[in-house]
Design a protein around this ligand. Structure first.
Ligand code: BTN
Length: 283
């Protein structure tokens, strides 16, 4: 008798025939357990691993999220995946490229998740994946190396795939969701991973070749933060409230402020790059 579908393991044999990529996932490390696939991919990058090298694990013991948070990473249910990007633009375009890599990865992850689940997956700025109002996935990009020759980026993607509602720790239950919770079915993680790598290569190539204008339209279409009243907690710790109006050419979020805080005299708009956003309920 076979194992139940929820616990069907990730396997190279199941993933590889579904890949349509040139480099992404062509070197694929499939680990039973690792502290963090991002840490492992960063280590491989330092050792000279090639563009598109991918690390996937069934379980992370120290999965990392944005803003120093932990990423809940139980075994056998979800996807924890890190992809090494070594192809970078010319140095004059480096800064804008770096700020759009995470947003572009979010587009790819949303498309792959929608393809496999048929549920609507939206984005909360900058790169949270939402089903309804709850978080289904997230992205953590980390860079290393130096100069235009040696610089690399690791794109780390965590997707809550087959974790049931009761599988989340108490404190995450109101915030988090999974594709199985949204669909009532078990999602094929091997097919989802292949789709994720296919989408990621397509969208990252578009960004690299044609720049942010080639991806910003799709990002804006998926981003449900735009047009909402939000609370943004800035890197400084200060919080501002306002209307999320637009995405800047550098991937920043333009906010029309409700009040003029002391920290921003003489302006009714700010553009934030590194902030935690909460969508405020409409009343
Ligand atoms: C977030 O906080 O929203 C980002 C979460 C990113 C989690 C993924 S899981 C795979 C990769 N390895 C990590 O340690 N983190 C990322």
């Amino acid at each position: 008798m076979g194992t139940t579908p929820r616990h069907r393991a990730l396997s190279l044999e199941a993933i590889q025939p579904l890949l349509r990529t040139k480099t992404f996932g062509r070197t694929l490390y499939l680990l039973e357990e690792t502290p963090s696939t991002n840490s492992e991919a960063l280590r491989l990058a330092q050792e000279g691993a090639s563009d598109g090298t991918t690390v996937v694990a069934e379980r992370q013991t120290a999965g990392r999220g944005r803003l120093g948070r932990q990423w809940y990473s139980p075994p056998g249910e979800n996807l924890y995946c890190s992809v090494l990007l070594r192809q970078t633009p010319l140095s004059g375009r480096m800064a804008e490229w770096l700020s759009w890599v995470p947003l572009t990865s979010a587009i790819a992850a949303a498309h792959a998740s929608q393809e496999l689940s048929k549920v609507r997956v939206a984005l909360k700025w900058p790169n949270d994946l939402l089903v309804g109002t709850q978080k289904m996935g997230g992205i953590l990009c980390e860079s290393g190396g130096s100069g235009s020759n040696g610089l690399f980026v690791v794109v780390g993607i965590g997707l809550n795939v087959n974790t049931p509602a009761e599988g989340f720790p108490e404190e995450l239950r109101v915030l988090a969701t999974s594709l199985t919770m949204a669909t009532g079915t078990t999602i094929d993680r091997n097919a989802l991973l292949a789709s994720l790598l296919n989408q990621l290569e397509t969208w990252q190539l578009l960004l690299l070749t044609n720049g942010p204008p080639a991806v910003s339209g799709e990002y804006t279409a998926l981003c449900v933060t735009l047009g909402q009243r939000i609370l943004a907690t800035l890197a400084s710790g200060e919080s501002v409230r306002g209307l999320a109006e637009a995405i800047g050419s550098d991937g920043s979020l333009r906010i029309r402020l409700d009040h003029q805080p002391n920290a921003f005299p003489g302006t009714d708009h700010i553009a934030v790059r590194d902030a935690e956003v909460t969508h405020l309920r409409r009343i």
